[in-house]
Write a new protein. Sequence first.
Length: 160
Amino acid sequence: MSDPVPKVPEINSGETSMWRVLDRYRELELQLAIFGQHLSARLGMRPIDLQCFNLVHRHDAVTTGELARMLALPPATTTGIIDRLVQQGWVVRERSETDRRTVVVRVAPTRLPELFSQLAPLGEELGAGLSGLDDATLETIAGFLDHAAEATRRATGSQE
């Protein structure tokens, strides 16, 4: 006997406030995926390479194993991604300052202006959209985005 099919919440229709937020989240998720594909192509890398680079940038210095857990990928696959990023000059491998036996991956600052020039127009537009909101509203938005990120991490098995 097969397991019963889990009940999936109906999020494809409705006009409640919750439905509208979930619908907008789905649209944002889609647009971020498309943006990531276009941005990575403009930078000459694969989308997964851009995701890995973003994690290195967020965490300053990380090991290959830590990146593999954050990306929910095998360490060998993660090593290949890091190899490409090193070859293209996006990251460097260095000895850890706290444990010289450990090798960490860090952002190579020479390519950051190229990345930032690609991100600046979107950042300015997002900033303009947030500038008129009060602090309480911004905190509510930040709280939901934190929850959405954590729920997504759990769904993918990522351990960021």
